[in-house]
Design a protein around this ligand. Structure first.
Ligand code: APR
Ligand code: ZN
Length: 249
């Protein structure tokens, strides 16, 4: 019976592919005001500014390739039932070969209607459209929803918007998880960061980050360092080790 391995990742996983993180020095939130480019209020104020921000990220994403950490995660599928839960909107995990990737905060290669039903954190009848589609070019001002005529926007979750935590699925996943790995996240943004305590009961837990948030990592084996070094090392150990014997790290 294949063991279940959950990998919870953040921007640090893709940093070495050339995608800036959010809160590190020179990170995205140093260059842009969150409330302008990643909030419903910013969208109401200036849609063009928001669309330009995500156009830049779309183009940047196209110019980036998976790094050794993404590839190591894909390799783990040789032996484990791997479930990726990522905060990242890039598709580098899929490009590296991962087949099970849950994007908590959306995907840069999808667009949706500005009145999409998944957006508000509470029931709002004015948000009832279900238009969502894959894109090969960034969304522009004036791109209209074919269903209701609303302006199209990136399929990304902004601050103050709902994150679908798939409660029932998550509860069963926590129960069947044998190994949990956190990589490249400051674990400051909720509800995503709530996954760390949620998997606290998992007997084998690892966390990879050059500046780990130790106060959140009790019971974790912390592997300080960059993802492109530490993730392949951990993957090699987990692929070598007999089931249930841990990596010995
Ligand atoms: N390898 C591993 N980790 C790294 C690397 C690297 N090469 N470089 C930086 N890191 C770590 C940093 O030390 C930090 O802990 O990655 C983390 C990045 O943290 P944030 O920038 O806060 O990104 P993240 O945790 O993914 O942010 C969560 O916040 O802005 C929102 O929606 C956005 O999904 C994002 C969420
Ligand atoms: Zn619509």
């Amino acid at each position: 019976m294949q063991q279940t391995l959950v990998i919870f990742s953040g921007a640090g996983l893709s940093a070495e592919s050339g995608i800036a993180t959010f809160r590190d020095a020179g990170g995205l939130w140093e260059q842009h005001r969150v409330e302008d480019v990643a909030s419903p209020e910013g969208w109401d104020r200036d849609k063009k500014l928001v669309l330009n921000f995500y156009e830049e990220r779309f183009r940047k994403g196209l110019a980036c390739a998976p790094n050794p950490a993404h590839r190591a995660i894909a390799r783990l599928e040789e032996k484990y039932d791997v479930v990726n839960i990522t905060q990242n909107i890039d598709t580098l995990l899929e490009q590296a070969g991962s087949t099970n990737v849950w994007h908590l905060h959306g995907r840069i290669d999808f667009q949706k209607c500005e009145f999409h039903f998944s957006i508000p954190p509470y029931d709002d009848p004015s948000y009832s459209c279900d238009y969502r589609a894959r894109i090969s070019a960034p969304t522009k001002l004036g791109d209209r929803c074919p269903k209701c005529g609303g302006q199209l926007r990136p399929d990304v979750v902004w601050f103050g918007e709902a994150v679908d935590m798939r409660q029932e699925y998550l509860e069963t996943l926590v129960r069947r998880t044998d190994i949990f790995v956190g990589v490249g996240t400051s674990a400051q943004v909720y509800p995503a960061a709530g996954l760390l305590p949620l998997f606290n009961g998992t007997k084998e837990k690892y966390f990879i980050d050059p500046k780990p948030a130790y106060d959140l990592l009790h019971g974790f084996k912390v592997l300080e360092g960059r993802a492109s070094n530490r993730m392949p090392e951990l993957a090699d150990r987990l692929l070598q080790s007999p089931p249930g014997n841990g990596s010995g790290m």
